[in-house]
Design a protein around this ligand. Structure first.
Ligand code: NAX
Length: 331
């Protein structure tokens, strides 16, 4: 039998946490043959609720779940973790801009970075979900210098999956037959959902999404804004932000990173920019990536037309501004 993997979920008493921990305990994230020990962190006002989540995990009698640590102590939470899913933070509420929550999150991510740096297992993989996700990940990288930058990522897989979902609905095809959309840039309304290289599996082979949709006005307009604004639409409808879809996408992100992406398929991940596609190095930016042997690499050589170039630049500019703002919060 495999040794258990320790998975940290911060903000575990929150609504994404509540959807995510049972998925992890059921093997959705790491596989049906991979035992797990869950480490759940939240803050003291949520301690009682966190304990309730722990009680429910016990009650669910998950065969793969070999232990639960539920704590408000960040050091205890980070001890020996192999995977850290950072969901805890100050969430954006209806009508609130990401910038309003920046400084609260900078201080949270600075201190949690230090705890991971000192106490996580070697080669711990980190996924930041909490907004502003890209910039929180950048702060975490900054304050956890011994964790390789390749190990620090942020979630744009929800946006990626939303884009797959929109294409599938529009064409009335199975979502599992659509692939290779791209989310470029920030997990915010400036993100660029790009279908230029996306395809659909049909009985007549693989066809380009652009060819099948045959409506560039929709693809360059409403499709993009629907994906960009989907988070806001969910808040409007549910009065809470996306939770089950965020949790599911976080599992997709980690699973593909650890297990690998299928041949010929890429996914979107927020990763440390090396300057690919002329995106400024030193930002955490969402790129198309493939994963193999537990490592991601940015898909190279895709053509970028003028329309796309503009959008890649715009979301990079926003990230540069966020970075400057975050650093000003540190000063
Ligand atoms: P909730 O407010 O339900 O849960 C957040 C939890 O974090 C709470 O239990 C809170 O007590 C806890 N928390 C606060 N400060 C903490 C700290 N210092 N250490 C540990 N825990 C702490 O929010 P929820 O809806 O679960 O969303 C969580 C985060 O995900 C938010 O920042 C949200 O904006 C972000 N999202 C990111 C998405 C993405 O695709 N990257 C999509 C979904 C979501 O909006």
């Amino acid at each position: 039998a495999k040794d258990p993997v320790r998975v940290l979920v911060t903000g575990a008493a929150g609504q994404i946490g509540y959807a995510l921990v049972p998925m992890i305990a059921r093997g959705v994230m790491l596989g049906a043959d991979q035992p797990v020990i869950l480490h759940m962190l939240d803050i003291p006002p949520a301690a009682e609720a966190l304990n309730g989540v722990k009680m429910e995990l016990v009650d669910a009698a998950f065969p793969l779940l070999k232990g639960v640590v539920a704590t408000t102590d960040v050091v205890e939470a980070c001890k020996g973790v192999n995977i850290a899913v950072m969901v805890g933070g100050f969430p954006r509420k209806e009508g609130m801009e990401r910038k309003d929550v920046m400084s609260r999150n900078v201080s949270i991510y600075k201190s949690q970075a230090s705890a991971l740096e000192a106490h996580a297992a070697a080669n711990c993989k980190v996924l930041v979900v909490a907004n502003p996700a890209n910039t929180n990940a950048l702060i975490l990288k900054e304050f956890a210098p011994s964790i390789p930058e390749k190990n620090i990522t942020c979630l744009t897989r929800l946006d990626h999956n939303r884009a797959l979902g929109q294409v599938s609905e529009r064409l009335s095809v199975q979502v599992s037959d659509v692939k290779n959309v791209i989310i470029w840039g920030n997990h915010s309304s400036t993100q660029y959902p790009d279908v230029t290289h996306a395809t659909v599996k049909t009985s007549a082979g693989e066809k380009a999404v652009r060819e099948l949709v045959a409506d560039d006005a929709w693809l360059n307009g409403e499709f993009i804004s629907t994906v960009q604004q989907r988070g806001a639409a969910i808040i409007k409808a549910r009065k809470f932000s996306s939770a089950l879809s965020a949790a599911s996408s976080a599992c997709d992100h980690i699973r593909d990173w650890v297990v690998g992406t299928p041949e010929g398929t890429w996914v979107s991940m927020g990763v440390y920019s090396d300057g690919s596609y002329d995106v400024p190095a030193g930002l955490i930016y969402s790129f198309p990536v493939t994963c193999k042997n537990g490592e991601w690499s940015i898909v190279q050589g895709l053509s970028i037309d003028d329309f796309s170039r503009n959008k890649l630049n715009k979301t990079a500019e926003e990230l540069s501004e966020e970075k400057a703002l975050a650093y000003s919060c540190l000063a």
